[in-house]
Every structure is written in structure tokens, then in C-alpha cells.
Write a protein that binds this ligand. Structure first.
Ligand SMILES: Nc1ncnc2c1ncn2[C@@H]1O[C@H](COP(=O)(O)OP(=O)(O)O)[C@@H](O)[C@H]1O
Ligand SMILES: CC(=O)N[C@@H](CCC(=O)OP(=O)(O)O)C(=O)O
Length: 259
């Protein structure tokens, strides 16, 4: 019988708030069973870039990553953010191991081809090293991924953290019964972004198209939902979207996605 695996993605708005991050890491460390954490950190990268006088440019929720920006995100995602999260999980008796996609050749990608937009050093994922991850999980280690992949030729690539989470879930779906949680600061997909009580509890493909057409889904929610449905279409068992309280099984305010 397949073992259960939880893959949790945590976004930048939670990461940059010290007390919220602490609360999240406590909930995550208390999650039973095998688990993987994927973290973003886009907001922090934008802040550091601004301090250094470098403009950040996003298109459709994705960062245009030139060489300078790649250096910044490597420092912020694979360095500062990843190592802090790992250390704080260790303090909660969760044996975390921090990884970028280059570590252990865990996530290989290619530079996104230029069509209408040149995203620069942004990667589209080709493969996930499921054998390595299964080994780490068997050793009861908890992989903690930042939003970076590599191309196998020495080039690091910026890769949206939502995409890293969905591709890990898809890759590991053959070995584990996988639940994918997208954790952010809102209690789910909202009909009105400024009203936290307007959570859409269930979204299927038809509803998704309606919400898109109605302009309800915007900004970072666009790649997030694309990734959710990509995962469901590729045999990921369950996908949930909401704030960190959804990891606490007693809380019911979140969005569940179905095909
Ligand atoms: N319908 C919607 N429901 C909830 N949030 C939405 C919606 N449409 C757009 N958003 C925006 O998407 C943001 C989440 O995306 P993003 O900032 O990329 O999150 P993260 O960094 O956690 O991945 C929310 O903070 C919100 O402002
Ligand atoms: C290519 C691309 O857009 N990469 C993202 C990776 C970080 C991320 O996904 O962070 P959040 O989850 O906090 O938004 C970026 O650089 O913003």
C-alpha cells in the first residue's frame, strides 16, 4: 500500500512575517507522516532588489530574471530563506534538509523558451529525482525546497515555487498518495479579494473557467491555480488552497480543487 505524503507550499507573504512564519512552522512540524516543504520568497527578493537599485519586473505572476536578479534570488531563496527555515524546523524536532533543484540533481529544468516574453533565467521543469526524494523521506528527513532548479549544464534557474510544488507532487504521485497544500495569507480562493468570508469552497474545471473569465482570479493566483489543475490532471490525489489553518484538521475554511 502507498504511504501518504503531504507537500506544502508556503508563499512570500507568510515567510516575511516572523510571527506568522513561526506559527506556520509549528503547524508544519506537527503534521503527521511524510512531508515536503516548498517555500517562495518573491517579496523578500523584490525588497532586496529595490535596496540594491534593481527594478523587479513580473509578467503574469512570474519574475523576469536577468543575471543580476538571478544572483539576488539565489542569495535570498537558496541562502537566507531556505537556511533559516531549516534551522527553525530543526528547533521543532523536524529533521529538515534544505535543497535547491541543483542539490542531488533533485529538479532539472530548461530555460523557458522566448515566445512573447523573455523571462530570462527562468526554468521550466523537465524531471524530478523521485528516487532520491523517496530515499530521503524513507530516512524520515523532511526536504525543504526553495524556488530554484538547474539545467544540468551549470546554470541555476528561477522557478516559481508553486510550480516546484506541483511538479514534486506529480513526480512523487507514483510512489505516494499525495496531498498538495498551497498555503498563503488568504483563507482560499475569494470571490472578492478584500472579503475573507467570500471563500469558494470547491472549484472544479468548469468553475475555474468561469472565475477566470469573470476576472476573479488575478496576480499570483493565476500561476497558482494553473499549477493546481496541472497537478490534478496528472494524478495528484488532493489539492487544497488556503491559509495555514487548513493544516490544522479542525479548520474547514479553505478551497478544495477537483477536476
Ligand atoms: N480570487 C482571489 N482569491 C484570493 N487571492 C487572490 C485572488 N485573486 C488574486 N489574488 C491575490 O493572489 C495573492 C496570492 O498570490 P501570491 O502573492 O503569488 O501568493 P504566494 O506568494 O503565497 O504564492 C493574494 O495575496 C491575492 O492578493
Ligand atoms: C519564475 C518566478 O516567478 N519565480 C518566483 C519564485 C519565488 C516564488 O514563487 O515566491 P512566492 O511563492 O512567494 O511568490 C519569483 O522569483 O518570484
Amino acid at each position: 500500500m502507498k504511504e501518504k505524503l503531504s507537500i506544502v507550499k508556503i508563499g512570500g507573504n507568510v515567510i516575511e512575517n516572523t510571527s506568522e512564519l513561526e506559527k506556520f512552522l509549528t503547524l508544519f512540524s506537527e503534521l503527521e507522516g511524510l512531508k515536503i516543504l516548498v517555500h517562495g520568497g518573491g517579496k523578500l527578493a523584490t525588497q532586496l532588489a529595490t535596496k540594491l537599485g534593481i527594478k523587479s519586473k513580473m509578467v503574469g505572476g512570474r519574475r523576469i530574471t536577468d543575471a543580476e536578479t538571478l544572483d539576488i534570488i539565489t542569495m535570498v531563496y537558496a541562502g537566507l530563506t531556505n537556511k533559516n527555515i531549516v534551522a527553525r524546523l530543526q528547533a521543532k524536532n523536524c529533521n529538515a534538509i534544505g535543497l535547491s533543484g541543483a542539490d542531488g540533481n533533485s529538479i532539472q529544468a530548461h530555460k523557458r523558451p522566448v515566445k512573447h516574453v523573455d523571462y530570462g533565467f527562468a526554468g521550466d521543469i523537465d524531471s524530478v529525482n523521485t528516487a532520491l526524494l523517496a530515499h530521503l523521506l524513507t530516512l524520515r528527513l523532511t526536504p525543504v525546497f526553495c524556488a530554484m532548479s538547474h539545467d544540468g549544464k551549470g546554470q541555476l534557474l528561477n522557478t516559481n515555487a508553486d510550480t516546484i510544488a506541483s511538479e514534486l507532487a506529480i513526480g512523487l504521485g507514483d510512489i505516494f498518495v499525495t496531498t498538495l497544500y498551497y498555503c498563503f495569507e488568504k483563507p482560499g480562493v475569494l470571490l472578492n479579494v478584500s472579503d475573507d468570508t467570500s471563500v469558494v469552497k470547491e472549484i472544479d474545471t468548469k468553475k475555474y473557467k468561469q472565475l477566470l473569465a469573470g476576472g476573479v482570479i488575478a496576480d499570483g493566483m493565476l500561476p497558482k491555480l494553473e499549477n493546481c489543475f496541472h497537478a490534478l490532471n496528472n494524478k495528484v490525489d488532493t489539492v487544497c488552497l488556503g491559509n495555514m489553518d487548513m493544516l490544522d484538521k479542525n479548520d474547514s475554511m479553505f478551497t478544495t480543487l477537483t477536476l
